[in-house]
Structures are given as structure tokens and as C-alpha cells.
Design a protein around this ligand. Structure first.
Ligand code: SF4
Length: 96
């Protein structure tokens, strides 16, 4: 752990305004499965937004998204639709 605390401690300092009417992340299950993108999403997301069910279906807990863009960097074309949350929604970073 660093002098700034664990990653979990630091993530707990964030606050979120959840857009319950619109999810800003959508996974194309077929492409995600056939390209291996689903497993990559689960592995790389620092906020554990993605989960994989036993049948390979990828779940999305978009409320926890840090808007870091890492998932976009690993997703195969067509596997992921991602955009920033609408204005006023999403994460607010805090210091300290
Ligand atoms: S933008 Fe970052 S935090 Fe959000 S789902 Fe993608 S990898 Fe996870």
C-alpha cells in the first residue's frame, strides 16, 4: 500500500451521480465472446464494471465506471459501445 492508501481506499473517495435512465456502456455479447473481448474487459477494468457469467455473458455495472477509457483500448471492433455519461452524470473525483 502506498502513502496515499490502497486503490480500494482511493476509489472509495470518488462520488458518482448515476444516470438511471441511460447506461453509457453496451456490450455486443456475440462479438465479445467470439473475439475474447469479454474476458479482456473483465481483466482490465480497474473498477470491476464488467463481470462474466458461467455461460460467458458479460454483465455491466456502469454505475462504478471511472471513465478511464481502458476498456475501449482493448475491445475488438464492434464489441463495445461506450460514450461518456450525459452531462451532470458520472464520476466526480475528489482529492484527499
Ligand atoms: S472506462 Fe474504465 S472504469 Fe469505465 S468501464 Fe471502461 S475500463 Fe472500466
Amino acid at each position: 500500500m502506498s502513502a496515499y492508501g490502497s486503490v480500494t481506499d482511493r476509489l472509495a473517495r470518488n462520488s458518482y451521480v448515476l444516470d438511471e435512465a441511460e447506461c453509457h456502456i453496451e456490450v455486443n455479447q456475440e462479438i465479445a465472446r467470439s473475439t475474447g473481448t469479454g474476458k479482456l474487459l473483465v481483466r482490465v477494468c480497474p473498477a470491476q464494471v464488467y463481470g462474466e457469467a458461467p455461460d460467458g455473458t458479460i454483465s455491466v455495472n456502469y454505475a462504478a465506471c471511472l471513465e478511464c477509457g481502458t476498456c475501449l483500448a482493448v475491445a475488438a471492433p464492434g464489441a463495445l459501445t461506450w460514450h461518456y455519461p450525459r452531462g451532470g452524470f458520472g464520476i466526480a473525483y475528489r482529492e484527499g
